[in-house]
Write a protein that binds this ligand. Sequence first.
Ligand code: SF4
Ligand code: SF4
Length: 263
Amino acid sequence: MPADKRNPKLAVWKFASCDGCQLSLLDCEDELLAIAGAVEIANFPEASRAIVKAPYDLSLVEGSITTPHDEQRIHQVRKVSKVLVTIGACATAGGIQALRNFKDVHDFVSIVYASPDYISTLKNSTPIDEHVFVDFELRGCPISKQQLLEVVSAFLNGRKPNIPTYSLCVDCKRKGVACVMVAQGTPCMGPVTQTGCGVLCPSYNRGCYGCFGPMENPDTRALSEWWTKLGVKDEDIIRSLRTFNAHAEEFRKESIKYEASGA
Ligand code: SF4
Ligand code: SF4
């Protein structure tokens, strides 16, 4: 705790997103009381209308940058935040809205909105770290509440968060979950996806679709080749790389390479 004995001030910010990651914080239930006792919730519109003035000790940022206004606002948020942590696939990889990055966004705008002239949007949806310095990124769509608690706890204790960056497959083995790809021939993104969800999908006999984004140094080419052997069509491989984390560098590059190779 700082020398003046006040609790650190926590702020939560929203950009282009569905609010699901912020709800993970509210979903902490029992733990929320402990968090509320250890920090001052200074700016969190989902939880309270009261706003305590900046600066903030810890900012959690949800959502991607999709408008000129967002592009300016994130710099203001960075300026008033000592530590800035991005939460979720939108903030760390542009989110599902980054699918626009592979097309002309104006084609969508003219179809979706009755008066497209009033829409002010950027060509791409981009993660926060393409605009400002980010101290730590928390993955997932939505994030895991246990990982969020670990990040807040690490911040309060002045240590580095203990968040693994290895693949989901490692945790399938640890939990004794039978591999859906080996046992059933079900395509699974687990070999290239960062763990953190508790092996949710394979535990229910279905393949992972990569909502936690790329693990550290993923071999996406090997995965594509494996999926081809399982009979997955080229367009479905591209589609699987372009979901919630379509703009994440490793998934983006592999999907572009795959598309360029004539898939
Ligand atoms: S089920 Fe998926 S995540 Fe689990 S071991 Fe198999 S390939 Fe890896
Ligand atoms: S198994 Fe994959 S898709 Fe399912 S929750 Fe975990 S990371 Fe997300």
